[in-house]
Write a protein that binds this ligand. Structure first.
Ligand SMILES: Cc1cc2nc3c(=O)[nH]c(=O)nc-3n(C[C@H](O)[C@H](O)[C@H](O)COP(=O)(O)OP(=O)(O)OC[C@H]3O[C@@H](n4cnc5c(N)ncnc54)[C@H](O)[C@@H]3O)c2cc1C
Length: 437
């Protein structure tokens, strides 16, 4: 017995839900449906950085070519640091090895993740209102009053998750102290000197503020532009929107960085040229503390349960570019466990294994991302501290990038999957060990 026949409902079709759908299909879980509240699948923002640890998983799904068609290619370094005022080069973190990081427009990443998912399992306009259990299955009721059923629910509905409430989690998110302004700039709107700088992933490191730029896309597919992600310390008193996400005048960002270096002034002008209404996206950044339990299993029928994935359970500040990457990692971990489980029909040990593999890593990423934010938006941006030595920062992040998640899943799960150690070797390159299924 295993869970390969379980009727799985994925709630949320963002980067996390779509990553899980890919993982599930890749390992051979076929009885799945995905419910997304929006009328269509869409992502807004200013691009994401998908790093080596996650790219090797996407490559195992066969998505490498699609990614590289729309993402940056062979970036010269992982991250370059510059002084906010003088613009002086402070140092860089080199790439971590193949596959290198890929910077891509969020909507393009979603398209790539959607590519192999059959339309027939994707349902839009389905905003989950409640979940009830009737003794033999879950009933998911949506705002349009329609009802769907499932035996396993994967909550991929983001940091404000409705599904997590069904696990009895009642914590409130905390404001991080920073907002983030996001937008795009076209290379042709900059001088040749500034355009050359922004062909790299760059951080302009200021006083409790920093601007990160991503060189997303590439010239061949005409997707090349600069994603601007500006982290600014602001009091929430100035926040006028009910939602965490709003738009704000580009002038508001300019006010923060008026005395910054020339290339940043060019970026501001570039943002204005790309935005006919003079506005850009503004988001208040919230954090949640890690939760103790990621799942719930029905006492009366332990083959039925609810489990969380993505920002619904391991949201993080974005300072190491790992939110989506962790969702991709969690997707392959959970789906592999569900597919390979041979030890009966009790979901508890399966979900526990998923949590045991993932939680130490996601907790550590969350903690170190907070610290990374402090280093980038520095109290003393003009000086190097013991922690802020760009040449040493690579060491700090190596453990994130070098992880081989599939190898870890097979190694730690081997006793439960009925595998011998010999089958575990080479799991990453081969993808799931299909021969053993
Ligand atoms: C400024 C910034 C920069 C970032 N940069 C990076 C980066 O470079 N690299 C990286 O890896 N990560 C990055 N992240 C993190 C990344 O954006 C998130 O971790 C990722 O989007 C989480 O995906 P998710 O699907 O779990 O949640 P979400 O993106 O929040 O998606 C949740 C989905 O569920 C749907 N939904 C919500 N409620 C319901 C409901 N009741 N019923 C049905 N559907 C529902 C939503 O419409 C949405 O589609 C960044 C984040 C921020 C804020």
């Amino acid at each position: 017995m295993g869970f390969d026949q379980a009727k799985i409902a994925i709630v949320g079709g963002g980067l996390g839900g779509m990553s899980f759908a890919n993982a599930a299909l890749h390992v051979g879980l076929t009885n799945i449906d995905l419910y997304e509240q929006a009328a269509q699948f869409t992502e807004v923002g200013a691009g994401v950085n998908i790093t080596r640890n996650a790219n090797r998983i996407l490559d195992a799904y066969g998505l490498k070519d699609s990614m590289l068609w729309k993402s940056s290619r062979n970036p010269p370094c992982y991250m370059e640091y510059r002084n906010y005022k003088s613009g002086d080069y402070l140092g860089q973190i080199d790439e971590f090895g193949e596959p290198s990081s890929r910077q891509i427009h969020r909507a393009h990443l979603l398209d790539v993740l959607k590519e192999r998912v059959p339309e027939s399992i994707l349902q839009t306009g389905k905003k989950l209102r409640s979940i009830t259990y009737n003794g033999s299955e879950y009933q998911l009721t949506f705002e349009d009053n329609s009802v769907a059923t499932a035996t396993v629910i994967i909550g991929c509905d983001g940091i404000k998750s409705v599904v997590r409430q069904h696990l009895g989690i009642t914590d409130s998110p905390t404001y991080s102290g920073q907002v983030v302004y996001r937008g795009y700039v076209q290379y042709e709107d900059l001088s040749a000197e500034a355009a050359a700088i922004f062909r790299r992933t760059v951080v302009y490191r200021g006083h409790r503020k920093h601007i990160l730029t991503l060189p997303i896309g590439n010239d061949e597919s005409k997707t090349a532009r600069i994603g601007v992600i500006a982290f600014m310390t602001e009091s929430l008193d100035q926040w006028k929107s009910e939602s965490w996400m709003a738009t704000a005048p580009i002038d508001d960002l300019h006010e923060h960085v008026k005395d910054w270096a020339g290339p940043i002034q060019e970026l501001i002008e570039g943002l204005r040229k790309s935005s006919p209404d003079g506005k850009m996206l503004k988001q208040a950044l919230y954090v949640r503390s890690p939760v103790e339990t990621w799942f719930h299993v029905e006492e009366t029928n332990p083959s039925h349960g609810i489990v969380l994935l993505g920002d619904s359970v391991h949201s993080t500040l974005p300072h190491q570019g790992q939110g989506t990457c962790m969702a991709i990692e969690s997707g392959i971990t959970l789906s592999t466990i569900l597919r390979m489980w041979k030890a009966g029909d009790d979901l508890r040990p399966a979900f526990q294994l998923y949590q045991d593999i993932r939680k130490p890593r996601t907790n550590k990423v969350t903690r170190t991302s907070y610290e990374a934010g402090k280093l980038a938006s520095a109290d003393l941006p003009d000086g190097f501290t013991e922690n802020f030595r760009p040449d040493l920062l690579k060491e700090r992040m190596k453990w994130i990038m070098e992880a081989d998640i599939l190898e870890e899943v097979y190694r730690k799960g081997a006793p439960y999957f009925g595998l011998h150690a010999a089958h575990v070797t080479g799991a990453t390159e081969a993808g799931p060990v299909q021969a053993n299924l």
